[in-house]
Each structure stands twice: as structure tokens, then as C-alpha cells.
Design a protein. Structure first.
Length: 403
């Protein structure tokens, strides 16, 4: 049986539309997490891609539909990667994805009405292939590495990455008229592969979405804490908002500490990813043990923790941060012999900055980054002068770190 491109385009569109609408509607009704919203964006972009390609297949004069389709395809692949980053507690970097989509669409516009079916294809293929490869890497790190359900998504992204990067290489090296491209890597075989991958991806992401949300239905309880005993990044902001709002009413002081684990990347390179994970475990365990019992401790990114402490007197934030910094110096991880576990700590207080969570968090992180830039293993205090945030470093003794 031979299927013409227009029929395959319609079939692919129906599969993408069906899977996408089910996923998006469920996200809307459940008011789901950032991860689910990003994956929903991937489906919406996929739907736009299918509609655009169907329009171009039906009306070849609508060359601009190729630009829209290519740009949306890149955004779809990139949004899956962004959702994986969010699942792992990282920044989504969705701005990078949108920029890449705009570049893919712009490449078609540069080729103009005479560009044909493969106008701007080099940027489109490279964009989709690159984001798929980045998505594969993300599925084998942090939370997704420990989730067996993520392996289905890994397979989808591996297949998509290999196919699109291969298409890119063949396109650049031999062109679209080469028998390898037209027979094995053209529109017809890729449409069939897309249908299969879309079905697998839809099932996998639907299963995983419950774990990405701030409320995972595990025995009817809220999944607030990570496996390290820290408040999940999706929940942390809500918790801090509520605590600071109540603290503002009673004018109770709060300190927010931002801890950044020094040399995490170097430890991973020197001793391997598993050893780096063990260092992160000990780092989190030490902070939980040493911080006041009343402290709220949550994740804020790779190697980054937020510690919110109520009832602190002016100046006490430096003492508290210094106690945490010194406690980390005593941590020993046998799997990473010679590595020193140190942190750059930024402190922000409601005495100086008020009770706005966003402002406190920005100030504490800026102070932490300043301490990192000064060499690490330091404490810095943030304060506002004339409306601008500045950091005054209060450094401890330098500590040599071995890799």
C-alpha cells in the first residue's frame, strides 16, 4: 500500500491533535505543574506544526506555512527538553527554546517563496536534533534518572535525535535529492515514525506528569519533599509566600539563606556523577542537621538550597550562615577522596528587604553569586542602598579544594 504525502500529513496531524488535546485539557483541568505546562506547550506547538504542514500540502502557494511549521517543530522539541529540566528541578530555559524556534522560522523566510518543501531545513533539522539530544541527557540525570517511567521518553528522544541529526548530516553533505535522503529520510518514512513516537511519548509523559506536579497522588498524601528531605522546588515558593505573609502581619523577622555548593561540576568530572550525587546527599543532610529546627529548607537548583529561618535578630544571619559553612568543612565523602564540601552562602533579611519572597530570593542569590565569584567558601550579606541590592562579603578562611 502506498500512502501519498498529503494522506500521511493528515494522519500524523490527527494523531498529534488527539494526543495533544488530551494532554493539554488534562493539564488545564488539573492545574498541573510547570513541567506539565511545558510539555503541554510541546503538544500545542506540535499541533501547530501539523496544521501548518497540512496547509502547505493542500495549498503549495502558502509557503509561509513551512516557516510556521518549522519554527513550531523546534519549539515542540525544545519544550519537551524544558519540561525535563523542570522535572529535574532546574530552570526551564524556555526563552532559549523560543529563540531557536524563531531562528528556524526565519531561515525559511530568508529562503523565500521559492525555497520549497525543504526551505530552511538545515536550521530546523539541527534545532530538533539538538533539543532531542539535550532531552536525552536530561532524562538520565537527577530525578528522571531514578524514574523508570522516564525510559520511554528516553527512547523517544534518542530515536528523534538520531533521525533528525542524521537527516541534517545527509542534507548538508548530499542534499535532498540523494537516494538515501529521499528513500529513507524523506517526509513519508518520517511521518510514520512520528506517529509511533508520538503515541509512546503521550503514554510516557501522561504517566510521569503525576510525579512532576506539586501534589503527587501517593497514598492520598502530598509529595512535598524530595528524596533528600528537602522541599521540592515546585512547592517551596508557595510555602515561603505563606510563611512570609503571616510573618509580615506579626512583623516577625525572617532570614533567607541561599547556599551554592562550590565545585560541584569539578567533583563530577573528577570522581563521576554517582560520587557527585553522594556529595549532594551529604551536603543536604548536613544543612538539615545543622540548621535550626524551625528552618524551612528547599531546593533551588543544582547544588543550590534555600534556608528560611524565622525569628532572627539583626546580624544573626551572618552567624547562622557561618555555622553552616563551617559544618560543611567537616563533611567527608569516601567516594570522593580529597574533595572539600564547601558552599558560598548569601544572606538576606526582612529587616532590610521587607517580606517580598521574590526580592529576598534575588538578593540572597546575588549575594551567594558574589561569594562564589570571590573564591567560594564565603558568606555574603545582601542589603538595599538607594533601592539597589549590594553585597558585602564576609569571608571565612580560605580552604584548598582537591579534585
Amino acid at each position: 500500500m502506498t500512502l501519498d504525502p498529503q494522506t500521511l500529513s493528515v494522519a500524523t496531524g490527527i494523531v498529534v491533535l488527539t494526543a495533544g488535546m488530551v494532554f493539554v485539557l488534562e493539564t488545564i483541568f488539573r492545574r498541573d505543574s510547570t513541567t506539565s505546562r511545558l510539555w503541554s506547550l510541546a503538544y500545542l506547538a506540535g499541533i501547530l506544526t501539523s496544521v501548518s504542514y497540512m496547509l502547505w500540502a493542500t495549498l503549495p502557494t502558502a509557503w509561509w506555512a513551512v516557516a510556521v511549521g518549522n519554527g513550531a517543530f523546534v519549539v515542540s522539541a525544545g519544550a519537551i527538553w524544558s519540561g525535563c529540566r523542570s522535572f529535574n528541578g532546574r530552570r526551564s530555559l524556555i526563552g532559549v527554546v523560543l529563540l531557536a524556534g524563531a531562528l528556524a522560522a526565519g531561515a525559511v523566510v530568508l529562503d523565500g517563496p521559492d525555497g520549497g518543501e525543504w526551505a530552511g531545513a538545515h536550521v530546523w533539522l539541527l534545532g530538533v536534533g539538538t533539543f532531542s539530544a539535550l532531552g536525552v541527557a536530561e532524562t538520565f540525570t537527577r530525578s528522571m534518572r531514578r524514574d523508570i517511567n522516564a525510559r520511554g521518553l528516553s527512547v523517544v528522544l534518542i530515536a528523534e535525535g538520531v533521525l533528525f541529526l542524521t537527516r541534517f548530516v545527509v542534507l548538508v553533505g548530499w542534499g535532498t535529492e540523494h537516494v538515501v535522503f529521499s528513500t529513507y529520510l524523506g517526509t513519508t518514512p518520517m511521518s510514520v515514525v512520528t506517529i509511533v513516537l508520538m503515541i509512546v511519548a503521550a503514554v510516557t509523559m501522561s504517566v510521569m506528569r503525576s510525579e512532576a506536579g506539586p501534589r503527587a497522588r501517593m497514598g492520598g498524601t502530598a509529595r512535598v519533599f524530595s528524596r533528600r528531605g528537602l522541599i521540592n522546588v515546585d512547592v517551596l515558593e508557595q510555602v515561603l509566600d505563606d510563611c512570609l505573609a503571616r510573618a509580615a502581619e506579626s512583623e516577625e523577622a525572617f532570614t533567607l539563606l541561599h547556599l551554592h555548593l562550590d565545585d560541584l561540576e569539578e567533583i563530577g568530572i573528577a570522581f563521576g556523577r554517582s560520587a557527585a550525587d553522594l556529595v549532594l546527599d551529604e551536603y543536604a543532610a548536613t544543612v538539615r542537621r545543622v540548621a535550626p529546627v524551625s528552618a524551612i529548607i528547599g531546593e533551588a537548583g543544582a547544588g543550590r538550597l534555600l534556608v528560611a529561618v524565622p525569628g532572627t535578630a539583626p546580624g544573626e544571619e551572618i552567624t547562622l550562615a557561618t555555622v553552616l559553612r563551617r559544618a560543611l568543612l567537616d563533611v567527608v565523602v569516601p567516594e570522593a577522596p580529597g574533595a572539600k564540601v564547601t558552599a558560598s552562602i548569601g544572606a538576606a533579611t526582612t529587616h532590610r528587604l521587607g517580606y517580598d519572597v521574590a526580592q529576598l530570593s534575588r538578593a540572597a542569590r546575588a549575594a551567594s553569586d558574589e561569594a562564589t565569584a570571590a573564591g567560594g567558601n564565603r558568606v555574603a550579606s545582601a542589603e538595599v542602598r538607594g533601592g539597589a541590592v549590594s553585597e558585602a562579603a564576609a569571608s571565612g578562611p580560605a580552604v584548598l579544594r582537591e579534585s
